[in-house]
Every structure is written in structure tokens, then in C-alpha cells.
Design a protein around this ligand. Sequence first.
Ligand code: NAD
Length: 466
Amino acid sequence: MEQHDPAAIFAAQTRYSPQRRLGFGLKERRAALIALRDAVIARQDEIAAAIAADFNRPLTETLVIDVMPLVQEIGHTRKQLRGWMRPRRVWPSLGMLGTSAKVVAEPRGVCLVIGAWNFPFLLTLGPLASALAAGNSVVVKPSELAPASSALMARMLADLFPPELVQVVEGGVEVTGTLLALPFDHIFFTGSPKVGKIVMAAAAKTLASVTLELGGKSPVIIGPGADLAKAAKWVAWGKFFNTGQTCVAPDHVFVHESVEAAFTTALRAEVVRLFGRNPGTSPDFGRVVNARNWQRVTGLLDAAVADGAEVIAGGERDAATRFLAPTVLVKTTEAMAISQEEIFGPVLPIIPFADLAEVIARINRGEKPLALYVFEKARVADRIVAETSSGSVGVNLVVMPFIHPNLPFGGVGNSGQGSAHGLAGFRAFSHEKAVMTNRFSLLFLLFPPYGGRVKRLSKLLIALFR
Ligand code: NAD
């Protein structure tokens, strides 16, 4: 790993700012996006190999869930950029007659992107694309928990961009701490709520703006009106691809008691269809990222079982290879740690319910989820959308709101702050500057001295503005 001094990089990017402001327009930003896109496409197999080296993710899975959405995100941004960058004229209100006004998107300046390891390229280069589209310089800090991916990103981006525009800084907690002490204009962080709080506290010292893409427990609700075969197909895939290490993976399932048996049967069959009867030998099932996380997830599982939960599928494990089979768990209670902490691994608790109101109340008692999924008729889904708060909602599917380029992606409360992707990503890295020009405004008639005329005029305007 090549060492870079964060403070020197920050200073170089800051010094470059006046030039960047003048010389990094639509044409140059598009060229940067095309260069990034082409490098990702050209090096897709290297990317897949790096992630396989980091946590044994199947090569094709990386093409499907890291490279494909990333290329879509960059391509969409490139195509829409002209429209997003165009100043937006706004109409004057009655009182503003005689003026014109527009909203100009200006780059925030020098930005810091801190990536997570679980989708190392998508979650690091995706925000980078938004930051470049918005015209910023960027320091990129990939996660140290995916070291091969981090090293590949450092090489790739060094080949593509001058360091005053984009520079990768590799390293762990200490390096992140050094970066966070610098007065960046914007910090875009993807990771856990726990570290999100550290990032926000650091940003408070310099009043840097933040986008926090965090995690949490994303529930699935399966009602009596659900298409159970469809629900089982989506839940099995959404939970167990990437070995359950997906921020928007279903964390647990609430299923109506009248369809619980039918759903669990369909779910188990679906897991076998995806990964065979022995997932340990399946080339399509990955491994837990490191020993610490393997111990954490198996620890949550074992503690639940010790307290009365039952494994009805999976449970096989191997510490040496960090393998944990796709595991389905029943009879958990709300007090268990597995019901409180984000699982972030291949264990899926199934919780039967009789009354939807109870499920809604339980969701509303907890932290606001990053994603919430419903398998039911539209009327029931609409009720859940109206009565709960979450970053996103998927109806009769999971995970996909994350990939839709025209939807903002982000959490709320404990699951995050601000949004990414497409236009939302462009806006996250832009300051919307209000520009107003006086043409023949009569507003000066309201200036002092406050004689009878100002009083009459202000009363008239108050009446008109109602
Ligand atoms: P993490 O919070 O442990 O690490 C994320 C980044 O923070 C890394 O780059 C790491 O170097 C840095 N970091 C860790 N500890 C730090 C500290 N004490 N001080 C400063 N920096 C520190 O998260 P992770 O393990 O990489 O990812 C798992 C979490 O991320 C889960 O909660 C998951 O739901 C969430 N996540 C969210 C999204 C999203 O888009 N919302 C995407 C992926 C993961």
C-alpha cells in the first residue's frame, strides 16, 4: 500500500479549487465519468477477482450486484448531467415582481468519500461519480476490510485522475480519523450507524455537510394476501446473496400465521434451488468477510438458540473458512440480541403475527429501518407505507429500490441522512445557490422611515399574501 499524507492531499485539492471551478464544466465532468465507466468495464474481471480475494464472493455475483449497478449509475449520471447542471429558473411571487431568480448547482468543493467493504466498488465509486458530476475534488477512502478491492481502486483511480481531482487514501480507523479532522466541504459516509455518529461528530467541528448511508434492521412483512412463491423467491435471494452482508437485505420476516407454514416450506425449497443441498460446496454462495464478523453472526445465532429459538434450515458452519450456511430461524423473541442488532449475515428469523397493527407498532418501536419490504395486495402495502417510516419501501420485491436510478436512496434517522444515486447523488454533492436579480422591484417602498405609506402597503401585502 502506497502511503499518502492526507493533509498534503487535502491542501493540494484545496489549492486546485479555483482552477477546478473554472475549468471543470460539463465537458470535463462527462469525460471524467466516461473514463471511470470505461475503466470499470475494462477491469470488471479484475474487480470480481479482488472481491473474491477479499471475501470469496462468487465472480458472477460481483458482475450482477457491484459492476452492473455501478455502470448503470455512471451511465445514467453522464446522460442526465446536462439537465441537472442547468440553472433552474424560478417564478417570482407577487411580492417579488420585478425580479428574476434561479437556482445554480455549485460544487461543494473538496469532498471525502468513505466507502464500506460489502459492495466495495459500487458504494465507493458510485458516490465518486456523483461527486465528480457535481464538479468536486474528492478524497476516496475505501474500506480496509476489503484490502484487495481497496488496492485495486487506488491503482485504477491513480491511472485515471490527477491527485488534485481524485486521490485514494488507503487505511483503517486511524487514517479515517486523520481524514475526518480535515475541514472537508462534504463528507459522504457509508457504514454502520455507530461509526456514522463518529463521522457526524467530526463533521460538526468544521460544519462540513454530511451524507450518511447507514444500516439497521430492514423487515419484511408477508401478509395473507401475498403471492408466497414470489415472496420466497425474492426473500431467499435478497437475504442470502453476498452471504447476507447487504445493507438493504431483509433482516427478518414477519409472516401472517395463516401462511407461515406455506411460506417457510417455499423459502426452504428456494434456498435449496439457489445454493443446493450443501451450500458449503456451492460456487454461488460466499463467505463471511472476516473472523470477527463470523463470530458476531454465529454468536447472535447461538445466543438465540440457547434462549429457545429453533433452526429450521441451515446452521452448518466452519470457522476456518468463515462459512455459515443460509440459516432460517424461528421462535425468536423481541428481547433477544438477534432481534435488536442488525444481523448482517446469512441468518433469517421468521416471526409469525396475527394482527398487522402489532407488526406496525413493533417496527415503530424500533429504529427507523433503511428498507422495508411488503408482500401483499396494494391496499395493505399502502397502509404500511402510510403508518411506518423507513428509507425506502419495496412492494412484492426486495433490494431493487436501491438500484433504481430515478429513486433517491438513503436512510432516515438511525439508518442515515441525505440521499444518494442519480439526481439525489448529484444534489448531495452540490450546493443549491439561490441567485436573485433586481430588475424593477418596488420592494424599497417598504424601507424606513416607517410612515403611514409603509404601514398601509405592508397591511395590503399581508392581506394579498394570505
Ligand atoms: P463500518 O462502519 O465498520 O466501517 C465503514 C468505514 O468506517 C470504513 O471505511 C472504516 O475504515 C471506517 N471506520 C470504522 N471504524 C471507525 C472509527 N472508529 N472511526 C473512524 N472511522 C471508522 O461499516 P462496515 O463494517 O464497513 O459496513 C457494515 C455496515 O454498513 C452495516 O451497518 C451496513 O448496513 C452498513 N451499510 C450501509 C450501506 C448504505 O448504503 N446505507 C451500504 C453498505 C453498508
